[in-house]
Design a protein around this ligand. Structure first.
Ligand code: KG4
Ligand code: ZN
Length: 354
């Protein structure tokens, strides 16, 4: 079985061909739009949509060539149907539907978050149920993955996502975009204890997250030192290390609470999975590994290139959904908002997107 996967929900134009037998990933191409967005210090939705439109056809062709297959060899087409920047999602969904229609193939509209959520099954065959920390630029959630299409949300951010905190923190320090890798790189030479930053919600019950107070504390620490332009390299390194430690501690502490809930509901559950772009962070992976070990769980963290947005996760989710009979019609309408757990109450803080 071979599935073409298309991902266009943010600033990565990505396509992949994935099969069930090893090696599962036959081709996985990601075209970053960083250069187009860099002058603006963040992602501009209109530029993203136009760039997807300009590059997606060629990228899909290259992906098939790399995999050594043609359209006639495919069994289905999967495309991200949301949540995300709607202009880009429309571009990917439209191409996916066109291929499906022209070739008479099943079409699968994939929830981008389910793509991240199922990556650990693509890479490590993790079985359900597992506890999932989903941390990306737009999302920060703790979920129990109970099956394909079945997720129970235990907590979410009440303001910013963790990736957003890395990105905005980097901007405050005068570093580039995306902020996560920049913070991680500068933090390597830094002392995380010299300029301490708060751990939001620490000690409070529950599994929700908050990062906006941390961002404010960083802004004040930078202002006290005369602003980003006046920061000495040592200050930048120490503040980057301090921010990374605060985000990592906060994610780890809240995940600890979620493990207790997971244990009560699924006493035999054995895995903690971390997914999404922030899961590429090595310090976070280290502290989650420690947490999992203390609770007798195994941590599964996909390789960094499968944590950030990619087409392989969309193709794999398509494969899993096809096997479960969850095919979509060509009338599927792209969704800017699409919660994984529709029953979870909507969070309402400033900046909340999910
Ligand atoms: O999953 P993703 O590629 O896109 C979304 O769906 O949002 O996640 C992107 C986010 C960005 O906020 C980026 O700064 C963050 O993941 N990120 C990292 C690292 N690599 C990417 N954050 C911390 N450390 C990293 N090494
Ligand atoms: Zn993502």
């Amino acid at each position: 079985m071979l599935i073409l996967g298309i991902e266009t929900s943010c600033d990565e134009t990505a396509a992949a061909v994935v099969g069930e037998s090893a090696p599962r990933i036959r081709a996985n191409l990601v075209l970053s739009q960083l250069e187009e967005h860099r002058p603006f210090g963040g992602i501009v939705p209109e530029i993203a949509a136009r760039a997807h439109l300009a590059h997606l056809d060629r990228l899909v062709q290259q992906t098939l060539e790399t995999a050594g297959v043609g359209f006639g060899d495919l069994d289905a087409v999967a495309a991200t149907g949301g949540p995300g920047l709607i202009g880009g999602v429309i571009v990917g969904v439209t191409l996916g539907k066109a291929v499906a229609l022209a070739r008479g193939l099943p079409f699968l509209a994939i929830n981008h978050l389910e793509g991240h959520a199922l990556t650990a099954r693509l890479t490590d065959d993790v079985s359900f149920p597992y506890l999932l920390l989903l941390v990306s630029g737009g999302h920060c959630q703790l979920l129990i993955a109970e099956g394909v299409g079945r997720y129970r949300r235990l907590g979410t951010t009440i303001d910013d996502a963790a990736g957003e905190c890395f990105d905005k923190g980097a901007k405050l320090l005068g570093l580039g975009f995306p902020g996560g890798p920049e913070i991680e790189r500068h933090a390597r030479d830094g002392d995380s204890r010299r300029i301490p930053l708060p751990r939001p919600l620490k000690g409070r019950p529950g599994c929700d997250f908050s990062f906006s107070g941390l961002k404010t504390a960083l802004r004040e620490a930078v202002a006290e030192r005369g602003g980003a332009a006046a920061l000495a390299p040592r200050d930048v390194a120490d503040l980057a290390a301090s921010l990374q430690a605060a985000i990592g501690d906060s994610l780890t502490e809240r995940t600890g609470h979620a493990i207790e809930v997971f244990r009560r509901r699924h006493p035999k559950g054995s895995h903690l999975v971390v997914a999404g772009g922030v899961a590429a962070n090595r310090v976070l992976r280290g502290s989650l590994a420690g947490l999992a070990a203390r609770h007798g769980l195994e941590l599964v963290a996909p390789p960094p290139e499968l944590c950030t947005d990619n087409g392989a996760m969309i193709a794999w989710a398509g494969l899993e959904r096809l096997k479960a009979g969850l095919v979509d019609g060509l009338d599927f309408a792209p969704r800017p908002r699409w919660p994984l757990d529709p029953a979870a109450p909507r969070a309402r803080g400033a900046g909340v997107k999910a």
